[in-house]
Write a protein that binds this ligand. Structure first.
Ligand SMILES: NC(=O)c1ccc[n+]([C@@H]2O[C@H](COP(=O)([O-])OP(=O)(O)OC[C@H]3O[C@@H](n4cnc5c(N)ncnc54)[C@H](OP(=O)(O)O)[C@@H]3O)[C@@H](O)[C@H]2O)c1
Length: 262
């Protein structure tokens, strides 16, 4: 299938490992040039070398925290200066800590808002004017299946990410006439470092082993396994492709059927 992504320019945030990295690799395999960021420089450099060696596309990297609004705007502007266009922006960041509601602090609420909602506002405000110039754009937020089905110990994620859904629907309505689609991808448990961290936390909270927790978790997922980062990346890639031009304001879950609602 021709996805129409050859020579498109894609920003993939928080992409040095996990789902972000798999997304960067999938765009590169389709011939898109990339702008990648994360806090640590070294893994980004290694990934940029791997991608340009394997796929021959150009890769721009920058290390910063996505909750730093000015750093996000500088990154977006430097991406535009380097490539002369920005077609796709995939927002991403680390997840907030897993904690029971009464154990959360106000600092953690502030941090979760900055990391998982305000950072998306920073990216969207910076990339949309460039996309408007082109009358073409794809903004894709990476959140969690918790936007549809709250998970008890993820109250920070459950609450803050719900706001992303409101933002996605609002921007889809406002910028559709400019040829810009705005969608959200919500992974369920996906085999990355983040999932390991959540399983370890759940195991230690309940005095069980990680294997016991994993068995219990998988029994609740109809496909009886976690998603792979590549499977989540495939949904993001499709939303960026020319085939998805008429899809906007949507949330696609890649959760093995864990969400039980209609
Ligand atoms: N894996 C799952 O089961 C799962 C399920 C539902 C939702 N999610 C969500 O999906 C997103 C990606 O998860 P993942 O599993 O791919 O996580 P991961 O493997 O832990 O990777 C997180 C990536 O984000 C970067 N990052 C973290 N905080 C950052 C920050 N403040 N600024 C810039 N970059 C940052 C990390 O690099 P640096 O450390 O170098 O910054 C890394 O590249 C997270 O929001 C997670 O909560 C994951």
């Amino acid at each position: 299938m021709d996805t129409g992504l050859i020579d498109r320019v894609a920003i993939v945030a928080a992409s040095s490992q996990g789902i972000g990295k798999a997304t960067a690799l999938s765009f590169a395999a389709e011939g898109a040039h990339l702008a990648l960021c994360a806090r640590r420089q070294e893994p980004l450099e290694a990934l940029a070398r791997e991608i340009s060696g394997r796929y021959g596309v150009q890769v721009h990297i920058s290390s910063f925290d996505v909750s730093d609004d000015l750093a996000v705007r500088n990154f977006v502007n430097s991406t535009y200066q380097r490539f002369g266009r920005i077609d796709i922006c995939v927002t991403n960041a680390g997840g907030p800590p897993a904690k029971a509601f009464l154990a959360t602090t106000m600092d953690e609420w502030d941090r979760a808002w900055q990391l998982n909602l305000r950072s998306i506002v920073s990216f969207a405000q910076a990339v949309i004017p460039y996309m408007q110039q082109q009358q073409w754009g794809r903004l894709i937020t990476l959140t969690s299946y918790t936007v549809k089905q709250p998970v008890p110990e993820l109250v920070l994620s459950n609450s803050i990410r719900a706001g992303v859904m409101g933002l996605v629907r609002s921007l889809a309505g406002q910028f559709g006439p400019d040829g810009i689609t705005v969608n959200n991808v919500g992974p369920g448990f996906t085999s990355t470092a983040r999932a390991e961290e959540l399983l370890e936390k759940r195991a230690s909270d309940r005095g069980l082993t990680v294997d016991q927790i994993k068995k219990e978790l998988l029994a609740e997922i109809p496909v009886r396994r976690m998603a792979t980062p590549e499977e989540v990346a495939a949904a993001i890639l499709w939303l960026a492709s020319k085939q998805a031009a008429c899809v906007t304001g949507q949330t696609i879950l890649v959760d093995g059927g864990a969400y039980r609602g209609l």
